[in-house]
Design a binder for this molecule. Structure first.
Ligand code: HEC
Length: 127
């Protein structure tokens, strides 16, 4: 009985207005409060930041004696060799002239790419 009366035209108007307000509230919350959009590139070391990213996304093909192109995420020297020739950044940013990495999978997030880029800009140290 109560339901029947509730869905009258004036009530539908109220519901619509309420919905609009709720939507606006959500948008506001996401932009102002949720910190997930912030990319922390303050400290980017090889062992603390870059290697864990490479381990997560590249280890299945770039590890151990059978690693593709001899690139092994557990071996800094093989990663370091990809810096002067631009291969690390070129492959993960899917730049023309490079085989996109990780091959056949989604591109790394902008945040992960930003972290690797900063580590390279700071000299790609074994830190
Ligand atoms: C599913 C397997 C696979 C994954 C995952 C993968 N790679 Fe590769 N990678 C390959 C293969 C195969 C090659 C050789 C292809 C070629 O030379 O064109 C290669 C070659 C490379 C090269 C050398 C490219 C060149 O031009 O010499 C780089 C650099 C590289 N990978 C980086 C990465 C990085 C960084 C990741 C993780 C973000 C990654 N790969 C993930 C399979 C993979």
């Amino acid at each position: 009985m109560g339901n029947k009366k509730f869905f009258t035209t004036p009530h539908l108007f109220t519901i619509t207005v309420l919905l609009l307000f709720t939507q606006a509230g959500c948008k506001y919350d996401k932009q102002m409060i949720m910190p997930t959009t912030i990319c922390d590139t303050a400290i980017v070391t090889f062992s603390g930041v870059v290697q864990p990213i490479l381990t997560t996304f590249c280890i299945t093909c770039h590890s151990g004696p059978n690693a593709f192109n001899g690139i092994r995420v557990e071996d800094y020297t093989t990663v370091k060799q990809l810096i002067p020739n631009g291969k690390l950044l070129g492959t993960i940013t899917h730049s023309p002239g490079f085989t996109p990495m990780p091959i056949g999978r989604s591109k790394l997030s902008d945040c992960n790419i930003a972290k690797i880029r900063k580590w390279i800009d700071q000299g790609a140290q074994n830190n």
